[in-house]
Design a protein around this ligand. Structure first.
Ligand SMILES: [Zn+2]
Ligand SMILES: [Zn+2]
Length: 354
């Protein structure tokens, strides 16, 4: 593993390469940037690999509105090693294998201490494009212009700075690319089955949309002992792939009945695919004890629950390998965007040092 002894960059800015997005929908450009040292409560991470999540595509395309910031360093699924830490950080040290996570988990606030959900209210303000404590950036381009962060992570850079409340320490022997997969999408899907739906043995589960996250919902449902796991999608070819993750049946959405949720059943909304479009519901449907729940990161408390999933992988109960369909070098990062846009990949691992 990297950093056998303390790196000589501690406390200094680091010049490195990053894939910078200069405008909505524009190809990323590898540029030399400067990454500031971590402030108190922060960790500077040498990224080993990233993978492309569908939310990166969503943010990449925002032309305007409150979530649109350019120039920006995208990427929020990654694994790396700690290069240095700011004051008041003792949870990790240089050389530790970590994954950054967009969902906060301070472990101290009332919400983190509650067994319910995965909200963390450590910081009063939610900044959309900077560090979570003060909203400022740790990245500058070669002209000294500040570059925006994405989702508290920004992993398409050789180095990034992440708040300690967004860092999960991994076992040093854990495979790096599999650690990366636990950083967002796959964990979101499994979490939706496990922590939010709390699927019981013998349940019937329907999944609308069979990308990596949908298939992770199936994997989570399989682990929970669901007896029928139905994929609802427009592409029948997905069924063969889905069988590897526990899918037992496949239907075309046009064959769905009036209500696809049984009385007493639960609907979970876990992604951004509806792009803020309102939903309309006949309230009579809800009288039959149907519920609708929204969740972020599948209700997973990162520092508590990700280690449980990591252990399940090590015990060969959890299929993570199946999600890794492609690998590219950092310089070919735009290929990962093409593959995901064309629905050819589930997860493409982008290696920083290949
Ligand atoms: Zn994601
Ligand atoms: Zn908290």
């Amino acid at each position: 593993m990297e950093f056998k002894s303390a790196p000589n960059t501690i406390g200094k800015p680091i010049k490195c390469k990053a894939a910078v997005c200069r405008g909505a929908g524009e190809a990323l450009v590898i540029e030399e940037i400067e990454v500031a040292p971590p402030k108190p409560g922060e960790v500077r991470i040498k990224i080993l690999c990233s993978s492309l999540c569908h939310s990166d595509l969503t943010y990449w395309k925002f032309k305007s509105g409150p979530l649109s910031f350019f120039p920006r360093i995208l990427g929020h699924e990654a694994a790396g090693v700690v290069e240095s830490v700011g004051e008041n950080v003792d949870e990790v040290r240089f050389g530790d294998l970590v994954i950054p996570v967009f969902r906060r988990n301070c472990g101290e606030c009332r919400d983190c201490k509650s067994p319910k959900g995965n909200t963390c209210t450590k910081f009063a303000v939610r900044y959309q494009s900077g560090m979570p404590r003060d909203g400022t950036s740790r990245f500058k381009d070669k002209d000294g212009q500040s570059i925006h962060h994405l989702l508290n992570v920004s992993s398409f850079s050789e180095y990034t700075v992440v708040d300690i409340t967004h860092v999960v320490k991994m076992n040093p022997d854990f495979p790096i690319d599999m650690a990366c997969l636990l950083s967002c999408g796959v964990t979101t899907g499994i979490g939706a089955s496990w922590k939010v739906a709390k699927i019981e043995e013998g349940s019937t589960v329907a999944i609308f949309g069979l990308g990596a996250v949908g298939l992770a919902v199936a994997e989570g449902a399989r682990l929970r002992g669901a007896s029928k796991i139905i994929g609802v999608d427009l592409i029948p070819e997905k069924f063969e792939l889905g069988k590897k993750f526990g899918l037992t049946d496949f239907i075309n959405p046009t064959n769905c009945g009036e209500s696809s949720v049984a009385e007493g059943g639960c609907t979970i909304i876990l992604g951004m695919e509806m792009h803020g479009k309102p939903i309309s519901i006949n309230p009579y449907e809800l009288l039959a004890e149907r519920t609708i729940i929204g969740c972020l990161f599948g209700g997973i408390k990162p520092k508590v629950d990700v280690p449980v999933l990591a252990q399940k992988y090590m015990q060969k109960e959890l299929n993570l390998e199946g999600f890794k369909t492609h690998e590219v070098k950092f310089e070919d990062i735009n290929q990962a965007f093409d593959l995901l846009e064309q629905k050819k990949s589930l997860r493409c691992i982008i290696w920083m040092d290949a």
